[in-house]
Design a protein around this ligand. Structure first.
Ligand SMILES: [Zn+2]
Length: 166
């Protein structure tokens, strides 16, 4: 189990790995006018998943970016769709940490902006009300985990000689 379970080091963009699925299925929220403390705009919730083949953490790290300024991360949100008990076990009994994953929370180690709390609220009150979206996240996690490279990182072909399976 990772000591820093929320570290970006072990999280990798879904859109790099599955650009076509991501283009179709990344959640976007359009605010036609300022709302809930946020400026009008089109905001995407981009997914990153854990790359450790031995880890089954069942969570997503979401980067909120606007269509206007896609290079700026406006908020980084942690979310997990399993039960609090599942994450408490994963976090060695840290129930508060488990609830934070389950309810969605701002990631303390990754980029945020002054609007990050408003994006978190938008995520909790609008995006997470959509059961189909949660199912979609689970599906993305599953295909991401099923297609992890055997070795050698994320770019290029798998090595010619496959490593021994465990
Ligand atoms: Zn993991």
């Amino acid at each position: 189990m990772p000591e820093q379970p929320m570290s970006l080091a072990s999280m990798s963009p879904f859109w790099d790995r599955f650009p076509e699925v991501a283009a179709r299925e990344t959640r976007t929220i359009i605010l036609p006018y300022p709302q809930g403390g946020l400026p009008a705009g089109s905001y995407g919730f981009l997914e990153l998943f854990c790359t450790d083949p031995k880890c089954d953490c069942r969570r997503v790290l979401l980067q909120v970016r606007s269509e206007d300024k896609p290079d700026t991360v406006l908020a980084t949100i942690n979310y997990g769709w399993e039960s609090v008990a599942f994450y408490a076990q994963w976090l060695h009994g840290d129930h508060e940490g488990a609830r934070e994953i389950k309810n969605a929370s701002l990631d303390p180690l990754n980029p945020q902006s002054k609007n990050a709390p408003s994006f978190l609220r938008l995520f909790q009150t609008v995006v997470l009300q959509d059961k189909a979206y949660i199912k979609r996240l689970k599906r993305h996690y599953t295909i991401f985990k099923q297609h992890l490279p055997l070795a050698g990182g994320w770019s290029g072909a798998p090595p010619a000689t496959a490593p021994n399976s465990p």
